[in-house]
Design a protein around this ligand. Structure first.
Ligand code: AMP
Length: 214
């Protein structure tokens, strides 16, 4: 089974992808994570994308399609979760062609639907463990002991550079302009499963599991 998690910034794609990885052994392909890794690598591509990401704009189709193509070349037939990709119709077409060339299906597209007010609130308070990547939130999911990761015990945490109000506004705009048309596109293909992305993480995970028949 190969799926796409689709939704605006802050809708919980990364959190839910991690749960699918932990529980079902799926493999998460997050273009955002790949780009953040490239950003710190000091390569030419990393330097080019850093500014675009900091502003909250989309990186070019060519770059992200290239990153996904590389990963698909490597994968050993695992069940894949595309997280944050595709974000444009051109990326959706490229993904379809890439999967077809590997003889692999796209089984479902899970849309996480969350209202805009909630998104801003979620993004403003979120942070992750710098060591294991576990996600937290200042109010809705703080660490059990202050400043210590529940999962790995690390005391180092990261907040994303593009989680500031200005970049969030641009990211939301990019979502509505470029990515939201994919909802209709995948609906027409009979692939769309819409899940209410508001509420408890576990309840949403349950809805996704049911929607995917897992
Ligand atoms: P994310 O972690 O998915 O929120 O992505 C963070 C940032 O990386 C986005 O705001 C974009 O600048 C860039 N990015 C990630 N995935 C894509 C994509 N599929 N297409 C274009 N830009 C992307």
């Amino acid at each position: 089974m190969n799926i796409i998690l689709l939704g605006p910034p802050g809708s919980g794609k990364g959190t839910q992808a991690r749960l699918l990885v932990d529980r079902y052994g799926m493999v998460q392909l997050s273009t955002g994570d790949m780009l953040r890794a490239a950003k710190t690598s000091g390569t030419e591509m990393g330097n080019r994308v850093a500014e675009v990401m900091a502003r909250g704009e989309l990186v070019t189709d060519e770059i992200v399609i290239g990153l996904i193509a590389e990963q698909l070349g490597d994968d050993g037939g695992q069940r894949l979760i595309f997280d944050g990709f595709p974000r444009t119709l051109a990326q959706a077409d490229a993904l379809e062609a890439l999967l077809a060339s590997k003889g692999r299906p796209l089984d479902a597209v899970v849309e996480l639907r969350v209202d805009d007010e909630a998104l801003i609130e979620r993004i403003a308070g979120r942070y992750t463990c710098a060591r294991c990547g576990e996600g937290y939130h200042d109010t809705s999911k703080p660490t059990m002991a202050p400043g210590i990761c529940d999962k790995c015990g690390s005391t180092e945490f990261d907040r994303r550079a593009d989680d500031n109000p200005e970049a969030v506004r641009v990211r939301l705009m990019a979502y509505y302009r470029n990515t939201s048309p994919l909802i209709g596109y995948y609906y027409a293909k009979g692939k769309l499963r819409t899940v209410d992305g508001l509420g408890e993480i576990e309840a949403i995970a349950d809805e996704i599991r049911t929607a995917l028949g897992l």
